[in-house]
Design a binder for this molecule. Structure first.
Ligand SMILES: O=c1ccn([C@H]2C[C@H](O)[C@@H](COP(=O)(O)OP(=O)(O)OP(=O)(O)O)O2)c(=O)[nH]1
Ligand SMILES: [Mg+2]
Length: 144
């Protein structure tokens, strides 16, 4: 599918790193390096603006390598980009490690997955259909 994009960063457009990847990496678009202190969270600009088709969303997700090696994650994972959003894509990073983490311009700090979504029309009713599970959850199966 084609998606309109405005690139105000100095970097190439996000791309799939392998043939069948779900996510495209997003690069930081910053004028000077950023130090993310332990437990600090910060909105990282990407310089990208997109126009998603109606019925689609984009999810901003952590990269597992950064998460595993440096404890870098996303506070609101997965971040939701609405189809009617026209602002800059931003990544809400958090440093979950006990050491500073340096972000340089162009670093791939997150990945974005575009996905279809439904739009719900509520059908208010008095009762829901019965099931074997019923209200059981939170480890309910397997309990004696
Ligand atoms: O990681 C994110 C999450 C959101 N957004 C942008 C796109 C999204 O469409 C908009 C609003 O996001 P969200 O609905 O998650 O935030 P909110 O706190 O509910 O704000 P709003 O009242 O503006 O919807 O902010 C980002 O750029 N990055
Ligand atoms: Mg919202």
């Amino acid at each position: 599918m084609e998606i309109k994009i405005v690139n105000k960063s100095q970097h190439p457009l996000p791309q799939y790193e392998t043939a069948h990847a779900a996510g495209m990496d997003l690069r930081a678009s910053i004028t000077e390096e950023i130090i993310l202190k332990p437990l600090q969270r910060l909105l990282i600009p990407t310089g990208l603006y997109i126009e998603l088709p109606i019925g689609f969303e984009a999810q901003i997700r952590p990269r597992s390598g950064l998460a595993f090696k440096y404890g870098i994650s996303i506070v609101n994972a997965p971040g939701t980009i609405d189809a009617d959003y026209r602002g800059e894509l931003k990544v809400l990073l958090v440093n979950l490690s006990d050491t500073d983490f340096t972000i340089n311009d162009g670093d791939r700090v997150a990945q974005m997955v575009v996905a279809k979504h439904e739009t719900v029309i509520w059908q208010p009713v008095d009762e829901l259909t019965e099931t074997a599970r019923g209200e059981g959850g939170y480890g309910h199966t397997g309990k004696k």
